[in-house]
Design a protein around this ligand. Structure first.
Ligand code: HXC
Length: 517
């Protein structure tokens, strides 16, 4: 039996119409702007010939405002699954060239099907968002449709990695779905994200603003903290997706893609001996330490522009994928503030949920003192770090490079937070607070009566430092497992990680903890 030529021809005709999307003119406009079409984004994501589309022949369900009978190819979103570096991945790509990529009932059903597929198959899902938001002509049906997408984003959270690319305007609901996913990548030009646009803000508050001011990639990355990466182009956004996937497991039941070498021993690295400044107060860039610790210097920093006083990101040590969390002495002396706590806590939870061991590098003078911080709730936000680390059951290795003071010492995964190994460099100082602050509190009366206050304060501070400005007191009390030369750190971490590959830590069953939000 063969398919009749007429039927075969009809299929090809329908396919061609759907594949044309918004048409050649709109595609040419995109290209002139240096941008990809929705379909080209998926072609760039997947290995050639591996994309299997779902719903190419979808028809929209809009009946009002003259929409009946109007063609909206694919209902403005291309959905399906393919392969990235040999691993299956699901994806959807909203087509702004068709009805502004607006989301109606069938459009949302296609996205939901993609998310359901990702859940069942246990594979990551990537969404290219480029949409005018809820399709106005579908009214409450479009709102409900968004609700169904959000509901699934939440069900998938912690089961399979979800990565969003913001590659055009994302207003209202179009911004909330990405916000529920694990990573948000935003293209620098042509993309904006906001809940209420400039017009709405002006109408309600009288404040004149611009889409740039409230929703540009720079604002989202550095001020709002809503996104994790800025991409310079669509192609760069896809490259970042590939990089992220190279560190993530397909789902929460699998290990991340380690690249373990048969040799158990990793060589010492003398470059680490050079990185700590002789002056205990001089700042240094902790990313240089991370780049030496990570195999081949390969470190993918996450949320680089937000709360730069803490550095987070992925690398491998001895082939094992790890999440690095490190205080950055270059910014606010590495102190923990509200934004840094939020950033680190969410990253710790992400690593935990996807079986990625944590390597924490500590050089922290404490939580940032300040009226604004206290009034904005540093207690609640700092508590997230305690909560995240104490909840994490993945292997946890902590290296105290220099200062580890007060609550921040605990919040940076001290042994009491369940660290499996705490190493310290000889330069480590572990205490309730710095010498000057401690002396002012302990000896306030004596200093008030001293003839030469400054000299006496300096003397007392030196005594305090002699006691606490070394890690031996902590090592003596077993709060630190070992003190290592910096050059021995990489090999020590690699060996410990290998020994922790089969770590099992079970907790009492519960719905979920009540993390302070
Ligand atoms: C239906 C839409 C649309 C929408 C755009 N279009 N947004 N159609 N519903 N939400 C259509 C336009 O009519 C036009 O169709 C085509 O898409 C391109 O739109 P333009 O306006 O010509 O493009 P541009 O000048 O680039 O402006 C893009 C834009 C603007 C900034 C996104 O279109 C816009 O402001 N749209 C509305 C955004 C919005 O407020 N959405 C609702 C958010 S509330 P033709 O046929 O002319 O090509 C929401 C609720 C969910 O999402 C909340 C859940 C929490």
């Amino acid at each position: 039996m063969t398919i009749s030529p007429a039927l075969a021809e009809e299929l090809e005709k329908r396919r061609a119409a759907a594949l044309a999307g918004g048409g050649a003119e709109k595609a040419a406009k995109r290209h002139a702007e240096g941008r990809m079409t929705a379909r080209e984004r998926l072609e760039a994501l997947f290995s050639a010939g591996t994309f299997q589309e779902f719903g190419l022949h979808a028809q929209h369900a809009t009946r009002h405002f003259g929409m009946e009978g109007k063609a909206i190819p694919t209902d403005a979103v291309i959905t399906g699954a393919g392969f990235v570096d040999g691993r299956p991945v699901a994806a959807f790509s909203q087509d702004f060239g068709v009805s502004g990529g607006s989301l109606g009932e069938i459009h949302a059903r296609k996205i939901c099907h993609t998310l359901d597929h990702a859940m069942k198959a246990g594979v990551p899902v990537v969404g290219f968002n480029d949409s005018g938001g809820a399709r106005i002509q579908e009214g409450v049906g479009a709102l409900s449709a968004y609700g169904q997408v959000f509901y699934r984003n939440v069900q998938l959270s912690g089961v399979v990695p979800q990565i969003s690319v913001i590659a055009g305007p994302c207003a209202g609901g179009a911004a909330y779905s990405p916000a529920l996913t694990d990573f948000v990548i935003m293209t620098r030009e042509h993309a904006q994200m906001f809940i209420c646009g400039p017009e709405v803000i002006r109408a309600v508050t009288g404040h004149a603003t611009t889409a740039e001011e409230i929703g540009s990639a720079d604002v989202q990355a550095s001020v709002a903290g809503n996104i994790h990466f800025i991409a310079e182009s669509d192609a760069h956004a896809v490259a970042l997706v590939h990089r992220l996937l190279s560190f993530l497991p397909s789902n929460n039941m699998l290990d991340p893609p380690h690249r373990i070498e048969p040799d158990l021993c990793v060589a010492e690295d003398p470059r680490l001996d050079e990185l700590m400044p002789a002056d205990a107060k001089a700042p240094f860039d902790v990313r240089e330490v991370i780049r030496v610790l990570a195999d081949g210097g390969d470190f993918l920093e996450v949320m680089e522009a937000f709360a730069a006083n803490i550095v987070i990101g992925f690398g491998r040590v001895g082939g094992i994928v790890v999440g690095f969390v490190a205080n950055q002495p270059l910014v606010k002396a590495g102190a923990l503030d509200i934004d840094a706590s939020d950033k680190a806590a969410r990253f710790v939870r992400l690593c935990n949920v996807f079986n990625i061991p944590l390597v924490t590098l500590v050089d922290v003078p404490g939580f940032l003192p300040g009226v604004v911080e206290e009034r904005r709730g540093i207690i609640r936000h700092g508590a997230k770090m305690l909560f995240a680390y104490a909840s994490a059951t993945v292997p946890k290795i902590t290296v105290i490079l220099r200062k580890a003071y007060g609550g921040a010492y605990i919040a940076m995964c001290s042994q009491d937070m369940g660290a499996d190994l705490v190493l310290a460099w000889p330069s480590a100082e572990i205490a309730v607070m710095g010498a000057e602050g401690a002396v002012n509190i302990l000896y306030r009366k004596e200093l008030g009566e001293a003839e030469d206050k400054r000299a006496r304060a300096a003397e007392l501070a030196a005594e305090y430092r002699a006691e606490f400005a070394s890690p031996y007191l902590s090592a003596g009390r077993l709060f630190v497992s070992d003190i290592v030369q910096p050059r021995q750190t990489r090999s020590a971490i690699a060996l410990a990680l290998r020994g922790l590959m089969s770590k099992r830590e079970t907790r009492p069953p519960k719905k979920h903890g009540n993390i302070p939000l």
